[in-house]
Design a binder for this molecule. Structure first.
Ligand code: SAM
Length: 216
């Protein structure tokens, strides 16, 4: 009975996202399938299918569903592509990318969030490579990536992430101050030529690390 209730709520949420401009059918199918309530703390489950960001502990959030869907649509991951996510958080965004058939690599700096996301990936039988470290330096060993998605807002685009992006690949990253960012959608045309499109405005938790904000 509980499951049915969530299915209805999930469908209603996806209808809202479609109304806001989400049109990638593969993404829509995955949004209908992945259970967001599994990625939020028990106390938040009743709000899991509202189009809002929710606290997940350590002062961090699971992003608003529209933001997850919008960034994924901009990234446009294809089955088999290697995608790097910086900011695993709850693991929901990584699960969406994996559901779309991408080979997902994800990095989280908080040990507790990393551990909790790993448990969820295991329980859902998702083959996602995860590590606990500073994602602003990327994951060189598995580079180049066909796409990189950063789910925390930084002051500048990390040079390492640009280097680790494959030619033809896309990097989606919020850049700005700590309160407001524009989403930069960066296409790597060659090793030295990048095309950037900016989409205003978003608010993310800060990207903290060597090529991000300094920790207080
Ligand atoms: N993608 C997440 C989800 O689906 O729940 C959203 C997580 S939250 C908006 C952003 C995450 O980025 C936080 O968990 C935060 O700890 C993490 N973060 C911030 N700076 C980071 C860094 N340099 N490396 C890795 N993770 C970082």
């Amino acid at each position: 009975m509980c499951l049915e209730m969530y299915e209805t709520e999930r469908k209603e949420l996806v209808d809202i996202l479609i109304g806001k401009g989400i049109s990638n059918q593969d993404l829509i199918n995955v949004l209908l399938k992945i259970e967001r309530h599994l990625f939020v703390p028990d106390i938040m489950k009743q709000h899991a299918y509202k189009d809002v960001a929710l606290p997940i502990g350590m002062g961090q959030t699971i992003s608003q569903p529209y933001t997850v869907a919008f960034m994924t649509q901009e990234l446009d991951p294809r089955p088999g592509q290697k995608i790097l996510e910086i900011g695993t958080g709850s693991g929901y965004q990584a699960a969406i990318l994996s559901g779309m058939g991408a080979r997902v690599f994800t990095i989280e700096r908080h040990t507790d969030l990393y551990n909790s996301a790993m448990k969820i990936f295991d329980r859902m039988n998702l083959k996602i490579a995860a590590r606990c470290s500073d994602g602003t330096i990327g994951w060189e060993e598995f580079s180049p990536f066909d796409g990189i998605i950063v789910t925390a807002g930084g002051p500048t685009v990390p040079v390492n992430l640009k280097k680790q992006l494959a030619v033809g690949g896309k990097l989606v990253i919020p850049i700005g101050d700590k309160k407001l960012q524009t989403l930069q959608v960066i296409t790597k045309k060659s090793d030295t030529d990048f095309f950037t499109r900016e989409v205003p405005y978003f608010t993310f938790v800060p990207l903290i690390g060597k090529e991000g904000w300094k920790e207080k």
